[in-house]
Design a protein around this ligand. Sequence first.
Ligand code: UDP
Ligand code: MG
Length: 309
Amino acid sequence: MKESLSVIIPVYGEKEIVPILYNRLVNVLKQLPIQYSIIYINDADPHGCESELEKIAKIDKNVVVINFVKNFGEEYAVKAGIDYCNADWAIIMDCDLQDKPEDIPKLYEKAKQGYDIVWGERVNRNDSLKKKFLSACFYFVFNRVSKVKIEKKIGSFSIVSRKIIELLKNNNSYTFNYIQAVKYLCLNESYVCIEKEKRLYGKSGYNILKGINLALKIIVSCQSKFFIIMVSIVSLASFFSLIFVLLNLCNYLELLKECHFVFLLILFLVLFLFGIMFFSMLILGMYCFISIKNHIMPLQYVIRNIIKN
Ligand code: UDP
Ligand code: MG
């Protein structure tokens, strides 16, 4: 019997891309000795992708469209696809053709050599400078505070085995992140070189706030090491600001009269340290929020309907 493979695609993009992606995908999947299915997760896309996806689902019995009730974010969409998937293998890829369907056979062939996970390793990155810079900052911080390391050159474009699919189904963390979750499992992995294409239509589904929010969620949730670093910064900042405030209080009048510069410097330092403290408090607050949320309300997405022929 043929092996089965599901392609899981979170959708929050431009409607023009949907038929192009579908045609390219089917051309590639038909050539492989597998039984394939395509699972689109429509993350409440506001640009008209839903009707395009439904047209495809109605004519192709290998296509499933899972419609979310609201925009939950890429991570939840990928998780919904994994939860739905019953195949031997799953490909995770973006919907905007930055990941090329033509690279799927390379991933599958490599996985068949005995790997549970094969990542697409970008040899080039056709993204804006801003995106490259923000991404470099994220990896710099993440790889320093997390025990699980993520290589800069990988993204979610990958293939995973049934074993990983089953393990991921059990991960219901509020801060679920596909790459982080797979890396955490430490299973045998490999890489194949891919080229990341330029986005053809529209703009990224991530504005700067959405991106920073996601990055913070991943970084804050990754390890207790981050919590310890933050507690140390807060303690140090509190200690120094206390000393500066005391010095300032003792010498306030003289400093004001005789040494204006020193006074300003001290004031600046106190304000600066308070700034660090407030920032740290914010991160700590987020850490507590995520921990509590993970206990009382783990990952949850709500499906409006599932369209299947
Ligand atoms: N995505 C999603 N929900 C969102 C934003 C993005 O499901 O709220 C999906 C999107 O459909 C795509 C993937 O996440 O398949 C990556 O998004 P995008 O290409 O916009 O991000 P970028 O390439 O700029 O990182
Ligand atoms: Mg993209």
